[in-house]
Every structure is written in C-alpha cells, then in structure tokens.
Design a binder for this molecule. Structure first.
Ligand code: CAA
Length: 700
C-alpha cells in the first residue's frame, strides 16, 4: 500500500499519510506528498485540500534514520514550496504530534486545525540541528518571534490550545477530526477566504523588522546556560535572519545552518542518544509473550528523601501508593516534605491546588507493614545496609501477596543476596532511582540472576508510566552508574594528591559540558555520607576525612571542599582545603606537579570509559548505548557528547588505550590499565558501537 493516498470527498481532496509508527517523512512520503498535492492542485473538481495522517499521530518529522545518508529528491523544502503555491485552500488536520518537518509541512498549508489533545513543536534542537524546511522563517511570521524563539530554542512542543492562542492553529476540532477539517475547508471555500501563504505574513514581525535590536531582548529573555553546545548558537543567528533578511535569504541561511549542524559530531551524538534511549528498555532474551502485570497499587518502604521522591512518582502518575515508615514521627516528617515539594511546584505554576489535593489523596501513610497486603509492587528505600534490607524483605514476604513484585532501591548492594532472603526470588529485582527521585529521569532496573521475565516486564512498564527512562543492568557493586562514577572518583582524588586543586578538576569537568564537577557535586550531596560509609568499612581518605573532622560537610554547613558565603551556592576555592591537600600529598610521599586540563579531563573521562568496558565485558549492561543512557539521564553527561561509550568511539579507542597506559604508568593507578575488551576492540580497529546487544549475564 502506498504511504500517501489521495481521494476526493465531494469537492475536497483528502491526502492521507500512512507511514507507521509516526508518519516520518521518509523519501517515499515526500515523493507521495509532492505528487498528491500536484494532482489535487490541478484537479478542476477539487476546491480545497485537507492533509491528514493515519495512525497515532500527524507527521512526527523527518525520518531521523535518513540523516547522514545521501539526500534523495524531492527534499522537504521542495514539497512544502509546492504545497504553499497551491491556489486553493489547504488545511492540515493535526492529531497526536506535529513535530519538526511535520509542523513545517503544516506551515506550508494555508490553515491548520487540530484536536484538543494535539501538540505541535519544532524539536530539532534536541537532535542537535535546526528546523531545516522553513520552520525558522515561517513560525516567527505566523506566531511572532516572542513565541517562535522559545519554541525553537527549547524544542519543547506546545498544546493545541496554546497553538490556537498564537495563531499557529486556526481552529480546535471537537469530535471527528477529518470531518471537522473538511467542514473547515468548505467554509473557507464558501467564504472565498483570502489565501495568504505563511511566508508572506509579515505583520507579527513588522515591529522587530523595524527595530532589529529588540531581537537581543528576546534572546536575553530566553537565555539558558550554554556549555559548548553549537545548535542554540547557530539557530539563534538563523532566527535573527527572519527579521533582518528577506524570506528567501532567511531560508538560505537556514539551509546553511542546517547543513553545518547535521554533519557535526554533536548532532550525531544526539541522534545516537535518541535511538539509544528507545533501545535501552528492549530485552532481547525476554520472551515476546510475556505481559507486564498492571500495577494498580504501589507500596514504598521508607519516607526519607528517596522514599518520598519515589512515592511522588506514583502519585503524579495517578497510581495509589502506600508509604510505610517505622515511626509516626518519621512518617509525618516524610509526608510533610512531600506536601512541601508539591506546594513549591504549585507556587511555580507547575500544578494546581486540585492537582496537589489529588496527589496527596493518592498517598497513604502507615507505620504498619500489613497495609501493603494489596500492593502489586513494593519498592524498598531504607538505609543502605544489607542486614536492614534483609529484615525488610523478610517482613515484606510475610505481608504481601505471593505475586507481589518486590524491588529494592539499593544503589550498590547485591540484589541476588537480598532476593535470597525471600521465598520468591523470581519476583525480586532492583529499581534504582536517582536523587531527587521525583525529578531524575533515569531508572536502573537491576535484573537479578533469577528475576522472572514477568517481574522485569512489569518494572519496565511501570517505569514508563511514572515517566522514567528505564535501563536494564545486571548485579554488581554499584551497577552501571555508580560503579563508573567510583572510577572517576578514585581518579579525581588521585589528581588532587598528585598536584591538582579541586577547582582545576571541576573546571575540566564543566569544560567538558557536565553541569558540575565532582567536588562541587560532593559538596552538594554532603561529604559526611561518604565519611560514614568509609568508617563503617574501615576505609580512609586523608583529604575528605580531614574536611569532615573540621565539620566541613559541604554546602549544608557553609563549607566542604569549597567555602560558601552568605547562603550562596557558589563554590569558592578555600585555602584550608588546599593546605589539607598539600599535607596529604606530603604524607603520601608524592611530589606535587602542575597537571594540565587535558590530562585531568582525559583521566576523569577515560577512567569511566574503561570501567564501562569492564561492565560490558562482565555482561552487566546489554549494549554500550545503555551505558550512555545511564550517564546522560542520571549523571549530567552532556547529551551532545552522546554518552561515554559513544564519545569513546568518537575519540578513537587506540588513542584511549595509549593514554590510559601512559597515565597508569605515570600515576601507578592500576585501575587505569585498559580493560581487555577496550584493548581488543582497539587492536581490531573496531568501536564499541560494533558490539551489538548481548543479554545481561546471569552470573552466580
Ligand atoms: N524518524 C525515524 N524514526 C522515528 C522518528 C523519526 N522522526 N520518531 C520516532 N521514530 C521511531 C522510534 O525510534 C520508535 O522506533 P522503535 O519502535 O523501533 O523503537 C518508534 O518510531 C516510536 O517512537 P516512540 O517510541 O518515541 O513513540 P512515542 O509514541 O513515545 O513518541 C513521538 C512519538 C513523540 C513522535 C516521538 O517518537 C518523537 O519525539 N520523535 C521524534 C520527533 C522529532 O524529533 N522530529 C523532528 C525530526 S528532525 C526534522 O524534522 C528536521 C527537519 O526540519 C526536516
């Protein structure tokens, strides 16, 4: 069947795109649209044309898999120019999402109608590119630059209602969309409506054209910290062209900007990430027949920071959740914090009072484990100690139904050992959330060696329902994320001892694009956490133990690695810390040396990549791109750098091996010795991306 069909309903031609799953504009669709609009335009029996889509959505954009391949005619711009020049009313009928090239196609029509649930947007920036088929020039003309600029720079879609308010959509259709769109088209014919191409609408940008300096105010009003990302910079200038150039010159600028960005590494990285995120929850060795259980009721053990955040996720998704604490006092404290969080969101306009009330009504507090008897899934988020976890799971087994899925939110501990304390090992797995758990997107789902497919499928399904990005990992100390972070932490501390200062280490990290360096991060999290764990495990760190002994726990005490003045969160390098570090080097018999930003950056990043290679070697992650998903979503790895394993391929594995070997020799740090997999791939001239997918190893 053809991906684009044309039929006449009376004197209205209906052109329908049917290219599942999301009607992306692959070559055949572009060619089909061109052909159909030409035919309908020339058909004397046709008075108006409606463009609609079959399936779950309007056109969701260009076919991303075609980027980087040789272009095939017709290009989308040619298709849109043809649509735009049709001398009869053209109406795009939008449901689902009209995104990127999809919205640009709709902007080629004279009119747009939509169902109330539809969304429209130009998300190209999220793929490291810019709208390449006239979106940067047409949307400002249609909606005004004040609306178009933030839409294009953020890439976030807007609702049909918002689109209506800004003239992007002309009418919201209640009931059947196609019937409504045809009626709308007939009305325009009957009215003899003037057909104005979007490119010719100048009124909304007339003021800016006369006062182009005002464009800088729009930039300022939408400024976001840009840590080295190219697309926002290029896009801003292309958008400026909409008010400083003619439409055709503006289009030319857009094309040049698009071509520049689309071949760049940042766009490749973002496109890699788009597909990586969608792959991460696919489990190749899980039976296709397995169905997830529906979680109608959830339970959470522990009302601390993590437990509270996890609970909010369920309430936000409309799933009733019971939160259990040991004492009334701890429970009330936890519930109070949840309420306060919601109140803060309400103050910022994120939710209404009714939303708040509804969410709080879905949360039931209890000090009695028996209140979990009807839960379909219980997530434990108690103190990170094995004996406590075991005790909780033993209790859970007694009070819950035999089919209830039991999950632990442990960040490090052995999920198989926890599962073994119950008589229902297949129903146990890890669901590792990241703090703040109501905000962070990542969910590491830890598949134990005997976790059932049904439990795994349920965890993946529920993760999506509570708006998380699930990634499946295997059992090892720290799983994927924290295990790799530990490798970086060892290196960061070693760099301090060898001669670097915290601000230099942090600068190399933010210079790479992370929002924060490791030391600013530990000040935020609290140095006392690591101190307590070290004491429990009989470990020492001269630098960090000394800071804690001085009561310097981080931001919360006004000083940690850095100093914080007047309640500010800005880290100020501190002589006290420097002295502690210099003493620690001396006590360790290390002669301090200046260390370049390049060496710092490479040791931090390559040590993580090396650990990632070990994780793959051991079968703890299914694919290299899963590790990228963990890092982008959970640890602030800049998405335009693709994630650690994508970045490794970009840098080249032979270079990384050579550098790691050199740094290992110089520093004496054994963990810097390249992993066997890394060496093998480098020797074979391969990258991580050549590895494909292999199931999580169900090792003993
Ligand atoms: N090209 C190719 N494949 C796409 C695609 C696209 N634009 N959009 C989605 N897909 C694929 C996904 O990879 C996924 O494939 P699998 O089932 O094999 O994993 C499938 O379609 C379904 O996608 P989702 O799982 O994301 O489905 P969803 O219902 O959750 O979301 C969506 C639908 C909102 C449209 C979402 O897929 C999305 O945001 N897609 C990208 C939209 C986009 O970025 N468009 C702009 C493209 S660039 C452009 O248009 C440039 C230009 O100027 C011409």
């Amino acid at each position: 069947m053809s991906v684009v069909s044309l039929r006449n309903e009376g004197d209205v031609a209906v052109i329908t795109v049917d290219n599942p799953p999301v009607n992306a504009l692959k070559h055949e669709v572009r060619a089909g649209l061109l052909d159909a609009f030409k035919k309908a335009g020339a058909d004397a029996n046709v008075k108006a044309i409606v463009l609609n889509c079959a399936g779950r959505t309007f056109i969701a954009g260009a076919d991303i898999t075609e980027f980087g391949k040789p272009p095939k005619e017709p290009g989308l711009s040619e298709v849109i120019a043809t649509i735009e020049n049709v001398q009869k009313p053209t109406v795009a009928a939008i449901h689902g999402t009209a995104l990127g090239g999809g919205l640009e196609t709709a902007l080629g029509c004279h009119f747009r109608v939509a169902v109330a649930t539809a969304k429209v947007g130009l998300p190209e920036i999220k793929l490291g590119i810019l709208p390449g088929a006239g979106g940067t020039q047409r949307l400002p003309r249609l909606a005004g630059m004040e609306k178009a600029f933030p839409m294009i720079i953020s890439g976030d879609p807007i609702s049909a209602k918002d689109a209506l308010a800004h003239g992007i959509v002309d009418e919201i259709i209640d009931g059947d969309l196609l019937a409504g769109a045809i009626a709308f088209a007939k009305k325009k014919v009957a009215e003899g409506a003037k057909l104005v191409r979007v490119r010719d609408r100048e009124e909304k940008i007339a003021d800016l054209k006369a006062n182009p300096d005002k464009f800088n105010d729009i930039i300022a009003a939408n400024s976001k910290k840009n840590r080295g990302e190219e697309a926002p910079v290029v896009t801003t200038e292309v958008l400026r062209g909409a008010i400083t150039k003619s439409f055709d010159e503006g289009l030319k600028g857009e094309r040049e900007g698009f071509m520049k960005l689309v071949v760049g590494d940042q766009s490749k990285a973002k496109r890699h990430y788009f597909f990586a995120e969608r792959e991460a929850a696919k489990v190749p060795d899980m039976s296709k027949d397995v169905k997830p259980k529906t979680v109608k009721k959830a339970g959470v053990i522990g009302a601390g920071t993590m437990g509270g955040g996890i609970t909010m996720n369920f309430a936000n998704a409309g799933i009733p959740v019971t939160i259990v604490e040991m004492t009334e006092e701890a429970l009330n404290r936890g519930l109070g914090i949840i309420r306060k969080n919601y109140e803060n969101t309400m103050r910022r306009g994120g939710i209404s009072q009714a939303d708040l009330d509804k969410r709080m009504s879905l949360i039931k507090g209890s000090t009695d484990f028996n209140d979990l008897s009807d839960a379909d899934l219980v997530i434990e988020a108690v103190f990170e100690e094995m004996p406590i976890k075991k005790e909780v799971f033993a209790k859970l087994e007694k009070v819950t139904r035999p089919d209830t899925i039991l999950a632990t939110n442990t960040s490090y501990l052995n999920v198989d050992e926890i599962a073994a304390t119950t008589g229902r090992v297949p129903n146990v797995l890890g669901m590792h959330f990241f703090s703040p758990a109501n905000v962070m997107k990542l969910l590491e789902i830890v598949r134990g060696k005997n976790t059932s497919d049904e439990a795994l499928a349920t965890a993946i399904d529920v993760a999506r329902k509570i708006n998380k990005v699930p990634t499946i990992v295997g059992v090892c100390h720290g799983f994927v994320g924290n295990r790799m972070l530990k490798a970086r932490g060892i290196e960061a501390e070693s760099l301090l001892l060898e001669g670097a200062l915290p601000q230099e280490v942090d600068a190399a990290t933010t210079g790479f694009g992370f929002p924060m360096g490791p030391f600013a991060m530990s000040d935020l999290a609290g140095l006392d956490i690591g101190w307590r764990i070290r004491k429990a495990m009989g470990q020492k760190s001269e630098i960090f133990d000394s800071l804690c002994e001085l009561g310097r726990y981080g931001q919360k005490t006004g000083s940690g690695v850095y100093r914080y003045e007047g309640g500010s969160r800005t880290p100020i390098p501190d002589e006290v810390t420097e002295q502690i570090i210099v003493n620690a080097s001396k006590n360790a018999g290390i002669k301090r040396r200046p260390i370049s930003q390049q060496e710092i950056g490479e040791r931090l990043i390559f040590s993580m990549i090396n650990e990632g290679a070990r994780i793959l070697e051991e079968g703890i992650a299914m694919r290299p791109s899963d590790i990228d998903v963990v890092y982008v979503n959970g640890y602030g790895w800049p998405v335009w750098q693709g994630g650690p394993m994508f970045y490794a391929d970009l840098v080249g594995l032979p270079y990384i091996v050579e550098k790691l070997e050199g740094y290992a020799k110089e520093s004496g740090n054994e963990h810097l010795q390249p992993a066997a997999l890394l060496k093998r791939l480098a020797a074979e001239g391969r990258g991580f991306s050549s590895l494909g997918v292999s199931p999580i190893k169900k090792a003993a």
